[in-house]
Design a protein around this ligand. Sequence first.
Ligand code: ATP
Ligand code: MG
Length: 628
Amino acid sequence: LLLDEATSALDTTSERVVQAAIDEIMQKQRRTTVTIAHRLSTIRHADKIAVVDQGVVVEQGTWDELVAIDGGKFQELANRQPAPAPDEAAVPADADDDVLITAYPSLVSSTSRTTAGAGDTALLPHSPLPPGQHFQWSGKAGAPELSVGKHDEKEWVFWRVSRLQKRGDGLLLAIGSFFSMLDGWAVPALGFAFTKLSVSLFRTDPGRIHDDVIFWAIAYVAIGFAFVPVVTCELGLFGMTGEHLTRNLRAVSIRSLVKQEIGFFDDPENSAGALTLFLGEKLTLVQAVNGEKLAVAIRQISTICFGTFLVFKYGYWQLGVVMLASAPVMAVAMGLLLVVVFGIKNPRPTGEGPQAQKNVGSLVGEVVLGIRTVASYGAERRFYEEYERTCDTQLRQATRASALTGCAVGIGKGAPVIFIGAVCYYGCILITADVEKLTANIMKMFLDPDAVADGDIQADAVTGCADAQIYELLEKFLIPVMVIFFMSIGMGAVGVIVTDSQNALSAARLLFALLSRRSRIDPTDNKGTRLRGLRGDISVQNVIFAYPAAPDHIICNGYSLEIGAGQTCALCGPSGSGKSTIINLIERFYDPISGAVFLDGVDLRNINVRWLRSQIALVGQEPVLFLG
Ligand SMILES: Nc1ncnc2c1ncn2[C@@H]1O[C@H](COP(=O)(O)OP(=O)(O)OP(=O)(O)O)[C@@H](O)[C@H]1O
Ligand SMILES: [Mg+2]
């Protein structure tokens, strides 16, 4: 039973009731009890009292033994608070908060950091680490927001994300991809139908014009109707699988988070704000790329493939070749631009931008959690100003990134239009040559009618030139131009997808860094022994400890304490002397840097964490009531 100033948050009446209940539990069941006392009267009957000062146990013994030590720390404490009579109620009815142990100014000042060097302890808080000691608690280096350490960046993250899809979603995605492909076909198909419809108007036969135009108009209507089921299935399926993925991403993240050791959460980088941001916004980003953005990507690829096919089949093949040849050039140009955009959007984690983003998250978390403290100090304005400053830093970075993203999207939209101009120019050269050839043939026919009879000139080429030949040439020229024009409309979206993918990539990296982070004390780990016939001997031996968040501030400095099974041991000492820290070590919230804590002679590190904690009842210093 671990009682860390269990009744300190209660009023004196409730305190008396609760203390009586605790005393009763302790008397009825001989549990090993460590109690931290904020009122000496509550530990009058403890089997052992240990006085903690500057991270070491300076005195220990029973009440009577300790008060008998002249000039001892405990005597000093006891003299300041009238000793309760052996039969006195644990909490006197007139107990006053002024006589709390932690409120003894003289003791606090005698052990304060400014007097380091005084006293009988070997090392004092804030003393440098012993030679050869090196602590690396969190893998901060290289991790953009959560301090989750490094991870294997070689594996393609989107492949890893896909593996987190719900079982059976692969099929839904495949069906969704099929509909994306159909959706992608629609764009060049519309270009093709529009060209056919326009060119029909150049026919000389009015009946044919009517039939053709009606046919292609109906084709338009059909494509329009087809959009409804195709896009419904496409976005519906991608949306559904995307939501499944978000759920799974959140589930694996939270599973990974809760098994991290307490020290992980002490790091301000892993504050409530940062983690909420990660679970909310960032994971949705990862999902979007594997869901809705993936649909757009498939649609664009299908558009390009089908468009190229139409150009080769119905247009000048030379224009198709130009189209294919220019694709890699455009891709490289686009890629280079996006590298620049990505560089700005995701600067080095040490830069001011990411630092600002982290700070915003932790600041909000800190203020919300400590809103009463903020309010009581009237520090709202300070936090508000600090928040604004942090936002301004983000703003500067975001403005640059927005300009460059706009530039990337602009190039994505403009490049195809420039390309259309080039295609028109080259197509014009091709069609002019063909028309010249046709005209030459007609001229030749008029000048030399025998050539038709000799077979030098195809008769039908001449007779049908005004209609079929010109019509065909127009199609060969216009189909590539119109198909590319229609395709260019959606090309701007590619730039957005790629920039979004870059953001998602960094979020996904963060996710996998978290997933691959091994907790230093994992409560879900089945390893470790479960002691049979637990007695409850606790032994703290030469523990040196510093909190991961402040590795240079040594809290326990060669701390040793033996607590026999079934005994009650009270810890007392000034505020900040490390009393709660020992409770944290017994619960194995943290591991000592050196030395060890033993339960029944077994090092806690060799005991199953979940089992260990299930054997301990803890009443914390600042109890928090959980919802649910
Ligand atoms: N999670 C943490 N990260 C960094 N430092 C911490 C952490 N928890 C406590 N500390 C520091 O460790 C020191 C010892 O803290 P501890 O809570 O053990 O004191 P205590 O003796 O219980 O004091 P109190 O009587 O006020 O409860 C203090 O200086 C405190 O600021
Ligand atoms: Mg405490």
